[in-house]
Design a protein around this ligand. Sequence first.
Ligand SMILES: Nc1ncnc2c1ncn2[C@@H]1O[C@H](COP(=O)(O)OP(=O)(O)OP(=O)(O)O)[C@@H](O)[C@H]1O
Ligand SMILES: [Mg+2]
Length: 253
Amino acid sequence: MTHMDIGAGVPFIDTRDLGKRYGGLHAVRDVSLSIYAGEVMAIVGDNGAGKSTFIKMLAGDHAPTSGEIIVDGRKVEFKHPRDAKAAGIATIYQDLALCENLNVTDNIFLGNELTKNPLLRLLQSRKMHDEARALLDELGIGIPSTRELVVNMSGGQRQATTLARVAKAGARLLILDEPSAALGVRETRALLDLILRFRGQGKAILIISHEMRDVFEITDRIAVFKRGALIAVRRTKETTPDEIVSLIIKGNS
Ligand SMILES: Nc1ncnc2c1ncn2[C@@H]1O[C@H](COP(=O)(O)OP(=O)(O)OP(=O)(O)O)[C@@H](O)[C@H]1O
Ligand SMILES: [Mg+2]
């Protein structure tokens, strides 16, 4: 799908007037946004603009207090993150959900083990390590040993492991909340390449980022949040970092 096709066909996911209140605080208000297969969309905005809250609703982590989420043209209600996962939505948060007491391979294969039979699993262990190694090498991710426990790894290595897991699990929408914050230069490069590869496979990617360079390098569209509201959506090719920064700070006025 090319850039110009965006806007045609059925979006993978749609929100209609989606809102979230925490008590008296309106964290997200009336956000209507469509995300298409084969596009990378950034969500940008100041601290507290509601970006993370918005994606937590798409991830089934927080229930909306108003509005609707539509997947493939059908209204959905995510009661649990696994509901969103079953709908093909994978999310990577800043505070990464890895099992610290497991090694790299076990984390990558978590929930997708080659077999669940413990005895067979032992036999498959080598195969999983080999596959994990191949995947990490393919992604250009520098982790010395797939047998290393996550508890002993750096933030960037953990994030890299999460990326490998997401690549393994397969998803139709990949959501990343400030993914490069904890990454080194190499891992950031691997992440950007991985995102572009996912797009090439027809997946949708939603990325929250404060890194304007990354945003302008890899996205097709940029959505700007301010005080809980979606105030602008721009095609990346038709805007500039200056305009986006001005929207973030001053809004539309
Ligand atoms: N669990 C919660 N309970 C109460 N208020 C919350 C909760 N999570 C977020 N908020 C509030 O909702 C608003 C939006 O927060 P959110 O985390 O979505 O912002 P953000 O755009 O992701 O900011 P940042 O760029 O700093 O990560 C903030 O005012 C925040 O304090
Ligand atoms: Mg946030």
